[in-house]
Ligand binder design. Sequence first.
Ligand code: NCD
Length: 314
Amino acid sequence: MHVLSIREMDPETIDSLISSSLEMKKACRSGGSVPNLSGRVVGMLFLENSTRTRVSFEQAARKLDLGICVFGVQGTSMAKGESLKDTVLTLRYEGIDGLVMRHNCSGAPYLAARFFGGPVINAGDGMHEHPTQALADAVTIAEHKPSIKGLTVAIVGDVLHSRVARSNLWLLSKLGAEVRLVGPRTLLPRHPGHLPVSIHYDLASGIEGADVVMALRMQKERMDGGLVSSMSEYALMYQVNARSLRFAKPDCLVMHPGPINRGLELDDWTADGPNSVINEQVENGVYVRMAVFAAAFESNNGKPKKSQKKAVKA
Ligand code: NCD
C-alpha cells in the first residue's frame, strides 16, 4: 500500500490507521507486542529539511526492527545531477523494500511510486500533502474529543504554502468535522470552491466556537515577498494567543505541526499553555508512522509477507 495523499484515502483506511496508531502507542507504553518487520529495509529520501518527520520515521522503523537507509541530496548522485527516476530505480534494484520521501515538488512521490515497485510513503511533497502529519493530528484530536465528527476546526495562517493544511482539511472533513480556513486573503486558497471548507479573513470570527485551533507556520522560505505587509502586522491580526483564544471554546485544543515561529503564529503562553497539545502531536507522529509502516508492508505490493509479532520494552 502506498501512502501518498489523504484526499485519495477512503475514510475506512483513515479510521483503521488511527486505531492502529493508538494500538501501537498502547503497546509501546505497556510493553505489549508490535509487528516485527525485520529483514526489510526502508529508504528515507529527505530532499528538504526536516526534524520531527524524519526522526519520527526513524524512531518508528527502529521500534518495528525495520532497517533504514537515510539520505538527502548531499553525498548522493543526485548532487551530480542524477534524476529522481534513476535514483528510485537504483534503490529498487539494490533491494530497498520501501521508500519514505520528502520532496520540494508537489507530486514527486507519485513519480517515485511509478518506478519503485514497493510501498512509497509521502513525508511531505511541496505544497501538496503531508498525510502522516494529518494522521498524527487526528490521533491527537481523537485522544481528547469523543469524536472528530461534528467538531469545528479552525486552521489559521499560511494555508497557501501548507501541505499540512491540505492533508488536514481532507482528513477532517472526511471524518465529519467542519473545517474553517482563517488568514489574510493572500495566504488562503484563491479558488476554494472545490475544497470542503469555509473561508474567514477575520481571526475572531474564524475561531469563534472552535473545538480545535490549528496554527500554521509562516513559510517565509516559500514566500517571494509581498504576501503580507510585515510579519509584525500578521502577528497583530492573526496570532493565536490568550486574547484571540477567548473566541474559541474554553476547552479548545491548540495545535501546530511545527516548527513554530514563536511570537509570530503563537505566543509562548499559548504554545506551552494548558490548551496546547503540540508535544502530543510530535509523540503521536511516531506511532502513526509505525502504523503506516505496518500497513504498507502488510499489504506488501505482492512481496512475500515476513512480518511477525515482537515484544517491545516499555
Ligand atoms: C511541516 C512541513 O514540513 O510540512 N512540518 C512538519 O513536517 N511537521 C510544516 C512546516 O514546515 O511549516
